[in-house]
Ligand binder design. Structure first.
Ligand SMILES: [Ca+2]
Length: 455
């Protein structure tokens, strides 16, 4: 049997928590005790970086050979570098439970998606807080994840070019129309329209869809070309039928009185009389929207066959908030445009803001809406209007949409508001509804918070 008998003069362990690491080690050593670093911990509450987070033992009287173990604070936890990781790997790296932190938490914030030609689909393109930044408190790191390379652009197609009247006289303005379509749903932007008079380019009418009667004379041949553009590529140039300007016939007809008729009835009556109708729109408290307020020439007048009859159509009563802009005041300070799509007939969607940004609708049909009519765009319809200034710093887009079916990454409904500026609503790969505003050839976009569900 052997017995070890240890006799020592005990010393008191100094309390060094929150003290600078070097000062703590010096103090413990000076007390005649041994010191070892037991580890490191992220700590935003107990001790600053490089200071003692915890000591063991924390006090008492011990023999000088005793070791005091120190855990040292690393300060806040650094944000991990997740660029290039898959989204799942990035999320687990950010939420990593292997790196507990006293008083700090790094979480995954919003995840957005965009096309990228170099970062593979599903991998992180960028993170909102740089790797290595030390975090105290709770912060969210937003991630941008690649959708892979942008799909190759399909050029748009112009079709159904028409020029009316087909047999005009010098009394008629010429009116061109065409249908724009794009296989991958890009809105029309940058289309070039060119008019030719007997084969000679008439640059004064570039990108317009009508020629005033004052510009034509007997014997001229007129046509126009459309080179459609989707903001990126031009499609094939198409040429309209050609019309020949005839002399005013000696036969005269009597203009029918169409005041009070609907736009459709009035057009039918005027066409039946061998005349052509043209339209303008204004507010009226007395005449319901869509009905004729006035005409020129008036009913009963004898005019050459084939003359134009100018019709003024009611927009209905002006609603509160539809005040026309004050001359000299910027339009952007108030409502810019409001398309109710309530008309239920024709191909003009009236801008009830009073600013006159009426839309010509293409490939749409009318249905009953919640209030009045509703335009059915059917995945291919669109409208356009020029001259809205979209260079302001803030734009709010609000739309009431009932969707039949959302197809992945396809424009569902859109309105061109001013070339090259466009507003687009579409469902993106992330399942969210996006509102795009294009200005100066660049897209900006907003998105709804919730993923859409069908049905
Ligand atoms: Ca396209």
């Amino acid at each position: 049997m052997s017995v070890d008998l240890v006799v020592c003069r005990k010393v008191e362990i100094p309390y060094v928590e929150a003290m600078d690491q070097v000062d703590a080690q010096t103090l413990i050593t000076a007390a005649g005790l041994a010191v070892q670093i037991a580890g490191y911990v992220y700590d935003c509450m107990m001790a600053p970086e490089g200071h003692v987070h915890m000591q063991d033992p924390r006090g008492g009287w011990v023999c000088p050979t005793t070791t005091v173990y120190l855990t040292i604070s690393l300060g806040g936890r650094p944000v991990p570098d997740v660029v290039g990781m898959t989204q799942a790997a990035a999320e687990s790296a950010i939420n990593n439970p292997d790196y507990p932190c006293n008083g700090c938490s790094i979480e995954v914030g919003a995840v957005s998606y965009e096309h990228n030609n170099t970062v593979p689909e599903g991998h992180v393109i960028s993170q909102s807080i740089a790797a290595g930044v030390k975090i105290c408190g709770i912060v969210e790191v937003n991630l941008t994840v690649s959708l892979g390379p942008a799909p190759a652009n399909e050029p748009p197609v112009a079709s159904d070019l028409s020029l009316t009247p087909v047999s005009p006289t010098t009394l008629n303005s010429l009116s061109g129309s065409y249908t724009y379509s794009d296989a991958d749903g890009d809105p029309e932007s940058g289309t070039e329209i060119r008019w030719y008079r007997s084969g000679s380019l008439q640059t004064a009418y570039n990108d317009q869809l009508s020629i005033p009667s004052s510009a034509t004379s007997v014997g001229q041949n007129w046509n126009f070309t459309v080179e459609p553009k989707d903001g990126t590529d031009f499609g094939t140039l198409k040429t309209s039928p050609t019309v020949t300007i005839h002399d005013v016939p000696s036969t005269t007809v009597v203009v029918p009185n169409v005041v009070g008729m609907s736009e459709t009835e009035a057009n039918s009556a005027i066409t039946s009389a061998g005349l052509y109708a043209s339209y303008s729109y204004e507010y009226s408290d007395a005449v319901p929207g869509g009905y004729v307020i006035g005409q020129n020439p008036s009913g009963g007048t004898s005019v050459p066959e084939g003359s134009d009859v100018d019709l003024t159509i009611s927009r209905g009563p002006q609603q509160p908030g539809e005040d026309p802009p004050i001359p000299g005041q910027p339009v952007a300070a108030c409502l810019v445009a409001h398309w109710k799509l309530d008309e239920g007939f024709g191909n003009t969607a009236i801008d009830s803001s009073g600013n006159g940004f009426d839309i010509t609708l293409h490939n749409t049909t009318w249905e009953d809406g919640v209030f009045g009519g509703a335009a059915h765009f059917q995945g291919v319809g669109y409208g356009n209007v020029s001259n809205i200034n979209c260079n302001d710093n803030a734009i709010t887009v609000c739309a009431w949409v009932f969707h039949d079916e959302f197809r992945t990454y396809r424009i569902e409904r859109y309105v061109t508001v001013s070339e090259p500026s466009v507003a687009v609503i579409r469902k993106e790969y992330d399942g969210r509804l996006h509102f795009y505003i294009g200005t100066d050839g660049n897209f900006r976009h907003l998105l709804v918070d919730d993923v859409l569900t069908e049905g």
